[in-house]
Structures are given as structure tokens and as C-alpha cells.
Design a protein around this ligand. Structure first.
Ligand SMILES: [Zn+2]
Length: 195
């Protein structure tokens, strides 16, 4: 678990700052279409349920703010919480220039466990897709994009005071072999390390 002091020491401030609030959608964007999804971490969500998104936990917002503060970006992400309960951890989506990050409440139990490094690493991965301006794709391009997002995540965790083990804390759960959407686990671990 990360203390507020560790994560830039300014998370509590970030959560209440007007700029942080700008990253939250007041209302759900409605159901996402498959072609709007840039990346699904671990498993694809049930897209029918993406119409039931809700406002994020303040810690998710603080972590997002801390990550984009690293690169001096103004908050341009909408963060949402969802209950997919199907193994889906998080995903990134883009719709008409609006960029979204959605996480599953089961994998991000903020009230119970606080903010864990694996949560920061996954949010940073999804934010990385947005920063790179990735679009939905397949094959080799898709894999290269995933490694870029992993590398950004490793970089962000390190800048936020995390160690290599923190950046890789979710790695044992990644698919060992490559899939059409994601590279093999060893390649992804290497990218996180590079970051
Ligand atoms: Zn990804």
C-alpha cells in the first residue's frame, strides 16, 4: 500500500484541486463500442455494462493526477469505476477526442486496501496508451503499443518513488504466452524494466 506521503506527498491536495476534478466525468459516457477500446488489461470487459460506469474513488483520481503531473499534462482523462466481475481489470477508450480510463472495482478495492502499486502501474499503463495517442489495432502494431504502455508505466512508477518490484507487482498475472492483443509476459516485464 502506498501512503499519501510516498506518492509525491501531494495526493490529498491533488484530489481536491479543481484541476483534478476536471478529469472526472459527472455522468457516465454510456456504453463503449469495441472499436473505441485501445487496450483491455487482463480481460475484455462486458461492454453492455460500460453504460453503468460511475465516478472514481478519490484515490484513483489522485493517482491519475500524480501520473499526468509527471509529464506536465493538464488533466484530459475521464476516469470511471465499473463492476465487470469477469476478470477485466481496466481499459482505455477514446471517443471523439475524449479519453477515458475505466477500472474494475474488484481489482481496485480502495476502501479496503488503499492505493496499491499494482493499481498505479495499471492506471499508468492505460494512461500511457492515451499519451502515445494509440488507436485500436491488431498484430505487430498492437504489440508494440502494449510494450510502449508498459514502458511508460515502469517509468511512471519509478518517478513516483516505486521500485522495480512495484512496477511489476501485477506481472505474475499477465498471460505467459503472447496473445493477438498482448505480447508474452517476459517481453512485457522487459518493457516495464526498461521504463
Ligand atoms: Zn495496454
Amino acid at each position: 500500500m502506498i501512503t499519501r506521503r510516498q506518492l509525491l506527498g501531494g495526493l490529498a491536495v491533488a484530489a481536491s484541486a479543481p484541476t483534478a476534478r476536471a478529469a472526472v466525468s459527472a455522468t457516465s459516457p454510456g456504453a463503449f463500442e469495441t472499436e473505441e477500446i485501445l487496450c483491455c488489461y487482463a480481460a475484455r470487459p462486458d461492454f453492455k455494462k460500460t453504460s453503468a460506469l460511475r465516478a472514481p474513488d478519490p484515490l484513483a483520481l489522485s493517482a491519475t493526477q500524480a501520473i499526468i503531473d509527471l509529464i506536465g499534462m493538464r488533466p484530459v482523462f475521464h476516469v470511471h469505476e465499473a463492476d465487470f466481475n469477469n476478470g477485466s481489470v481496466a481499459f482505455a477508450a477514446v471517443r471523439t477526442r475524449e479519453r477515458h480510463v475505466v477500472y474494475d472495482a474488484k481489482w481496485f478495492p480502495f476502501e479496503e486496501k488503499g492505493l496499491g502499486w499494482y493499481m498505479v502501474a495499471i492506471l499508468a499503463h492505460e494512461i500511457g496508451h492515451h499519451i502515445y495517442g494509440h488507436t485500436n489495432g491488431v498484430g505487430a502494431t498492437r504489440h508494440r503499443d502494449e510494450l510502449d504502455a508498459d514502458r511508460f508505466s515502469g517509468w511512471a512508477v519509478a518517478r513516483l518513488g516505486g521500485a522495480e518490484e512495484h512496477a511489476l507487482s501485477f506481472a505474475p498475472r499477465l498471460t505467459l504466452a503472447a496473445t493477438p492483443s498482448h505480447p508474452a509476459r517476459p517481453d512485457r516485464i522487459e518493457a516495464y524494466r526498461e521504463g
